[in-house]
Design a protein around this ligand. Structure first.
Ligand code: GTP
Ligand code: MG
Length: 306
């Protein structure tokens, strides 16, 4: 990974047409954010994938980030489809459809159910047809923030989560802490990093990113200058910051756009996919080694120019 990847900044989408989402779509209640396969401790089926694990306390924004990544990948970067032959193909299809419909209608995900791992086995096929940018398997693991609090002060994870952390599978970690609560989570994030090291994970060689979510609460949807995110993390998460810097892990910020409460609950009033693009690009490149927008090898460019 290159050095300048260490602090990722949102890009601007070139075909940016961010429009406010209208509310006139009926407010028909969507099914819950369905928990899927409950992994048993000793057996995780279908290990042949790239697993992505979200860490963060309740309401830190994990599900919102997941749905926006899925939405970005499938609406701008390529095709995303459930992987056939996985235990939860059907549920994954339903969940995926809900994610997409809801986010487009401004509906936020429900709270994730405790003690269960939501597993989404997907195949992502990039629009980019370079041979260096192949389709990949992505398995998103989504868990409730309530479970992550279990590890504070020497506690242990629920067995359904332990199973994934102990398994010998390629794992990427997205650590989420929000703009408004980051200062309360320095210790817990450190405990999580401790837990990973206890489980034999070498933090220098696995993909980890720290995401400061709900950045719109700063009054802006981006940073005013390069140091703003650095300073924020240094001030609110001093121990995490030292550790992240010494392992050369990545940092970024996230916002879904704008959220408003009109008395009937919260709705997304403006969908901003730029931060989802940054995270998706980071994810793809850290798994594959080539950026999603790789312009092709010399030979490919030559071939396509005819
Ligand atoms: N202002 C703002 N609020 C956000 C943003 N993302 C999430 N939120 C708020 O945070 C709430 C929780 O977000 P979720 O993504 O469901 O949080 P979670 O981490 O999945 O929570 P659990 O499932 O309980 O662990 C949302 O319902 C919104 O109210 C954001 O980008 N900006
Ligand atoms: Mg959630």
């Amino acid at each position: 990974m290159t050095e300048d990847n260490n602090t990722l900044k949102p890009l601007t989408l070139s075909n940016e047409t961010l429009k406010p989402i209208s509310y006139d779509a009926q407010n028909n209640a969507k099914p819950d954010f369905v928990p899927l396969a409950n992994a048993s401790t000793n057996q995780i089926k279908n290990k042949e994938s790239n697993f992505i694990f979200f860490f963060g306390v309740g309401e830190s924004g994990k599900s919102v980030i997941l749905s926006s990544i899925l939405y970005f990948l499938s609406s701008q970067a390529g095709v995303l489809r459930p992987k056939l032959g996985t235990p939860n193909t059907k549920e994954a299809q339903v969940l995926l459809a809900d994610f997409f419909e809801n986010i487009r209608q401004g509906i936020l995900p429900n709270r994730t159910t405790r003690d269960q791992v939501t597993r989404l086995d997907l195949i992502f096929e990039p629009n980019n047809k370079s041979k260096k940018v192949p389709p990949i398997n992505l398995t998103f693991l989504e868990t409730s923030g309530e479970n992550h609090k279990d590890i504070s002060r020497g506690g242990t994870y629920h067995s359904s989560i332990e199973a994934y952390l102990n398994a010998n599978i390629p794992l990427t970690f997205i650590i989420v802490t929000s703009y408004d609560n980051a200062h309360l989570e320095d210790t817990l994030i450190n405990e999580f990093l401790d837990e990973l090291e206890r489980k034999g994970k070498n933090l220098k060689s696995i993909n980890v990113i720290l995401v400061v979510s709900k950045w719109d609460k700063s009054g802006r949807t981006d940073v005013s200058n390069e140091d703003e995110l650095e300073n924020f993390i240094n001030e609110r998460l001093p121990r995490t910051n030292t550790r992240i810097n010494s392992y050369e892990l990545n940092k970024t910020y996230f916002t879904i756009g704008s959220i408003e409460n009109n008395g009937n609950g919260e709705r997304i009033t403006l969908l901003n996919l730029a931060p989802a693009e940054v995270l998706s690009n980071w994810l793809y490149e850290s798994i594959v080694g080539y950026p999603l927008d790789y312009e092709g090898t010399f030979w490919e460019r030559l071939k396509f120019s005819f």
